[in-house]
Structures are given as C-alpha cells and as structure tokens.
Design a protein around this ligand. Structure first.
Ligand code: ZN
Length: 227
C-alpha cells in the first residue's frame, strides 16, 4: 500500500457514502495538497505543520499506510489546524491571549507548540468535547451488535480523546465513524427493534457533522477576515 492507493481508496469511499461521513471525507481529501511529506509508520501517527512565510502552511503526515481510519484521523488534525489556526486545537477561542511567538526549526516546525496549546485551550470547551466523547462511549458500551474487540477499540480511542480533548476530539470521532462504516454499520434492512449500534452510528454522525460545520464556519470566517 502507498499514499496514492490510499487516497484513491478515500476518493472511492467518498463516491459511495452519504451524510456526515461524506462531509468529512470530502473535507480531508480537499486538504491533501497541503501535505508535502507522507511518512509510513507502524503504529500511531502524527500531523506536523511547517509554517512558511506569507501565512503559508504545509504539512508532514505520518500514518500507517493502508489504514484508512488512521489516515482520516491524521488528516483531520490538518483540517483542524487549517480551520482554527490555533496550533491544532480542536475548537475556536476568541479570548485574547498573551501568547509567546512561535519558535520555528529550520523546516518551519513549531518548537513551542505545547506551551502555545496550553495557553490557547479553553477549560469549558475541553469539557464540552469530553462530554461528547463520553456520550458516544455510552452508546458504544450499550451496542450489543459490536464485538468485544470492536467495543474496546472504540473505547480506547474515545478515552485517548478524553485525555487530550483540545487536540484529539474531532480526530477520534472521525476515525471511529470510518471504522463503523468499514465494519459494515449501520445495519440496514428490516428489523423490529432498532439496533443499538445504529443509534450509536446516528449519534456519532451528528457529533461529526456538528464539529465539521464548526470547522467550516471558522474557516469561512478567517477567509473573510483575510480578504
Ligand atoms: Zn491524533
């Protein structure tokens, strides 16, 4: 598997899915031209911004080649940074903050990002994001149609998001929606009682859509301001 094949797979997925999943796949596909360096890793992944003169931003993305959920996760980091421009924080913050200037390395990568994130994050927004993740975890735990392995994979991802909601809320929600689709959910066809996993899929979809619209609105706002 290589990057071109993975992006082709994302394009195919984009042409068959509907709803919020389509919104986020389109969103991450649109920002792939900003990625100038793709690096294959065995576990985890990351998205790092290279800040260039004249407000130009380019990205290096590490992900597990062949793993579409992982790819969407890392590209969501890029989409978040392009929307809020707050050092990868997953929401906007209009408070005036006394912020140290970025210290950049030779490639334009920020060396004091952690400090800037800490200064720019909002406790109330962290709680809001965590509450969303917690609600999705509740539906996951209740979903009798998921296997134990699927449940624990989703739960671990949600817990990861709750530990750092300012950085990993939108990313894990998008990744889990991709997983559910890849696993064949929601359940279609006739049923007497609505499958709980379908309720999970719907709840997750609306959380994903709300976060997507927030990013979109903020991106528009920034573009208008810059024009
Ligand atoms: Zn992440």
């Amino acid at each position: 598997m290589n990057v071109e094949q993975d992006i082709a797979k994302l394009r195919r997925l984009n042409s068959v899915v509907t709803g919020p999943l389509k919104l986020i796949i389109s969103e991450v596909l649109a920002i792939t031209p900003l990625v100038i360096d793709w690096i294959n890793v065995q576990t985890s992944g990351s998205a790092v911004c290279r800040y260039k003169p004249d407000n130009v931003r380019q990205y290096e993305v590490r992900y597990q080649f062949g793993n579409i959920g992982n790819l969407v996760h890392e590209l969501t980091h890029v989409a978040v940074n392009e929307s809020y421009n707050l050092d990868f924080i997953n929401y906007s913050n209009r408070a005036s903050i006394d912020l140290p200037d970025r210290e950049l390395d030779i490639l334009g990568r920020c060396k004091n990002e952690d400090l800037r994130q800490t200064k720019q994050m909002s406790q109330s927004m962290n709680t809001t994001k965590s509450d969303i993740l917690m609600r999705i975890k509740g539906w996951t735990d209740a979903s009798t149609e998921l296997s134990q392995i699927q449940k624990s994979e989703i739960s671990n991802k949600l817990i990861y998001g709750m530990i750092n909601p300012h950085k990993e809320a939108d990313t894990v929600l998008n990744q889990i929606l991709v997983w559910l689709f890849e696993w064949g959910f929601p359940i279609t066809g006739q049923y007497i009682n609505k499958p709980i996993v379908n309720a999970l899929y719907e709840e997750l979809s609306s959380a994903v859509k709300a976060a997507h619209l927030e990013r979109l609105n903020c991106r528009r706002h920034n573009n208008i301001r810059a024009a």
